[in-house]
Design a binder for this molecule. Structure first.
Ligand SMILES: NC(=O)c1ccc[n+]([C@@H]2O[C@H](COP(=O)([O-])OP(=O)(O)OC[C@H]3O[C@@H](n4cnc5c(N)ncnc54)[C@H](OP(=O)(O)O)[C@@H]3O)[C@@H](O)[C@H]2O)c1
Length: 320
């Protein structure tokens, strides 16, 4: 049987040939670096746009072409698109440093990328969005912007696929301090997460396939579990007791209201608090059921074996 790498090099079954170049916007990020790694493993030609060449080289190595520049510059975008057959959009401005430029980076610049790409006849786009298609009125600007870009893609002639990313599996580890997992609100009954390496493999396979046009996948890894269960399972792997502590959500809701009003002064905290509330409320038991359907669909559509939390823990703590 012919394998994926061979298919890519032959450009058969609607797959893109590996002489064509793929531009990854956000290719140095938490998810993006794994997309780049998977593309390189699949022998694809890759270009990454990054604001810092030296840092980018440290993260993604010598092989991918790196164009130093900022997505907010039209000239940079036009240069980045030259000679490219497909684009993976994985930029994010959801951090303390960039949050004031959030709309400029995640909305305005992405719309310019789409406009310029359509103008020069680039056909294939993969857009990394959030897990579920956001409601138009969602109370978090990140969600509203993702929805706007998803709607825009529907109006274009691109062959496009949307990959809805859940929180990274690292979210469980980011809440562990001094042997305790402390979770504001305790988290939902079960949270879909994904190992970044799995997201990378899925995105790398998606971008070279033209048969996934106008499809949206909600990505989910091997586990849909609560924070408490994650703490127990991580404890078992590491052999060290990890306690679980739920911090009440009420003070966070109050703080979200206050920082919401004073948002120009606290833009990052305001968004972060809203995200914490959303994480506690959005993942209903109905969504958990759907997550298992999403999981099945991914397994049927893509060639990969998702990492379990136990395997991820071993990698995260460098355990043998
Ligand atoms: N991480 C998660 O848990 C999570 C959860 C749900 C959805 N997502 C979605 O996944 C996608 C990627 O998120 P992430 O967490 O991987 O992002 P990230 O780690 O914060 O990385 C951000 C990326 O965007 C690039 N970038 C930011 N501003 C830029 C600019 N002005 N010009 C050029 N590049 C710029 C950065 O490149 P340089 O710094 O090299 O310039 C970097 O590669 C986003 O759509 C996000 O909404 C992530």
């Amino acid at each position: 049987m012919i394998n994926l790498v061979e298919k890519l090099s032959l450009g058969i079954d609607g797959t893109m040939s590996n002489t064509e170049k793929i531009l990854v916007l956000g290719g140095t990020g938490h998810y993006g670096r794994h997309i780049v790694k998977a593309l390189i493993e699949n022998k694809q030609k890759v270009r990454v746009l990054s604001r810092n060449m030296t840092k980018a080289r440290e993260i993604i190595g010598e092989e991918p072409e790196i164009l130093e520049g900022d997505i907010t510059s039209n000239e940079t975008v036009i240069n980045a698109l030259q000679g490219v057959s497909a684009i993976i959009i994985c930029v994010s401005a959801f951090n303390k440093k960039n949050i004031r430029k959030f709309k400029l980076i995640e909305r305005d610049s992405v719309l310019i990328v789409l406009y310029e790409a359509e103008k020069i006849g680039i056909k294939r786009i993969v857009y990394i969005s959030v897990y579920g298609k956001p409601d138009v009125n969602v109370d978090i600007s990140q969600g509203r912007i993702k929805r706007e870009i998803e709607d825009k893609l529907e109006q274009t002639s691109f062959n496009y696929t949307i990959l809805g990313a859940p929180p990274s599996m690292e979210i469980f580890f980011s809440m562990i301090r001094k042997g305790k997992m402390t979770v504001p609100g305790g988290g939902p009954p079960a949270l879909p997460t994904i190992a970044p390496i799995d997201l990378g493999k899925i995105a790398a396979q998606t971008v070279v396939r033209s048969d996934l046009n106008r499809k949206r996948f909600s990505l989910v890894g091997s586990d849909v579990i609560s924070f408490r269960e994650a703490a127990d399972r991580i404890s078992k792997v590491t052999g060290k007791e990890i306690g679980f502590r739920k911090v009440p959500l009420f003070p966070i809701k109050v703080a979200a209201l206050i920082t919401g009003v004073l948002r120009p002064f606290f833009p990052y905290i305001s968004q972060l608090l809203k995200f914490i509330i959303l994480m506690n409320t959005a993942f209903t038991s109905e969504m958990v059921e759907q997550a298992f359907d999403h999981q099945r669909l991914l397994q049927e559509t893509f060639d990969y074996q998702p990492l379990t939390l136990e395997e991820f823990t071993m990698k995260y703590y460098n355990l043998k």
